[in-house]
Design a protein around this ligand. Structure first.
Ligand SMILES: Nc1ncnc2c1ncn2[C@@H]1O[C@H](COP(=O)(O)OP(=O)(O)OP(=O)(O)O)[C@@H](O)[C@H]1O
Ligand SMILES: [Mg+2]
Length: 258
């Protein structure tokens, strides 16, 4: 099977001297949900921003191929035109525009006859967006804002949807409904690259995943294998001895096998 996205040994630096990614490689297959897990500061957002072309002159080293084409060094608009849609952690909404206006922005530049069907899909997935069409985006709850961001992203017809911590700040029940929507989006054939700190949710929907720590991939595999990995269970799924939980993160590092 050929990869839709192939990231090979990329290095990304801030201010040309602070390394955020040290030789990260990943392959994401067409149609799958792939998750990248990792703690604060691991480089998850940097990875998505590098792929989206949002960091000038980055990656410094390595290659990014999308559908067989080399795209590292491209302008963000050119990357977006290929169908790579990035939903940032802050959701990137226009706060003072209404729900309907934000959705319309997702349709910008589209002249195909699939628009109505896609709008129906988004309204079917998140009926609240239809009910609240005239409400300003900033007055929506966190969960509704995430739904609007996802809905708008879908109207861009992504081939690859990149999501930065979609569950962040959401109540468990709301996060669960956002994740159900991801499953529906995936069933429609969209490939998803999902960055998360909430390993339980992400591994629940993803087919495969990787763990990023301090700018390096330390473990990669099928979600099922990651879920069964002892270190992943202790550090990311919070399944372990009470004693271990109290000692915290730093002590785990010494014991882990990666
Ligand atoms: N604009 C920036 N300028 C300088 N350093 C940055 C910048 N953005 C991120 N970094 C650094 O790069 C590293 C990776 O950050 P990044 O935001 O990619 O992590 P993350 O895994 O997304 O973390 P979180 O889970 O907290 O969102 C961190 O050490 C961070 O301090
Ligand atoms: Mg981040």
């Amino acid at each position: 099977m050929t990869a839709l996205l192939k990231v090979s040994s990329i290095e990304t630096l801030y201010f040309d001297r602070i390394y955020a990614l040290f030789g990260v490689s990943l392959e994401i297959e067409e149609g799958e949900i792939f998750t990248v897990l990792g703690p604060n500061g691991a480089g998850k957002t940097t990875l998505l921003r590098t792929i989206a072309g949002l960091l000038k002159d980055q990656p410094k080293k390595g290659e990014i191929l999308f559908a067989g084409r080399r795209i590292d060094g491209w302008q963000p608009e050119a990357v977006a035109r290929l169908g790579i849609v990035y939903v940032p952690e802050d959701r990137g909404l226009f706060r003072e525009l209404t729900v309907a206006e934000n959705l319309e922005l997702g349709l910008w530049g589209r002249h195909d006859d699939g628009v109505d069907k896609d709008v129906d899909f988004v309204h079917g997935m998140f009926p609240i967006l239809k009910e609240r069409a005239r409400q300003e985006a900033e007055t929506l709850s966190g969960g509704e804002q995430q739904m609007l961001a996802l809905g708008r992203a879908m109207l861009r017809r992504p081939r690859l949807l990149m999501l930065d911590e979609p569950s962040l700040g959401l109540a468990p029940r709301v996060a669960k409904s956002v994740y159900e929507a991801l499953t529906a989006i995936s069933r429609r054939g969209t490939t998803i690259l999902l960055v998360e700190q909430n390993a339980r949710l992400a591994l629940g929907v993803a087919r495969r995943g990787a763990i990023l720590e301090a700018g390096r991939i330390v473990l990669e595999g099928a979600s099922k294998d990651l879920t069964e990995n002892e270190d992943v269970r202790e550090v990311y799924l919070g399944v372990g001895t009470a004693e271990a939980a109290v000692k915290g993160w730093r002590l785990y590092r010494k014991r882990r096998r990666w």
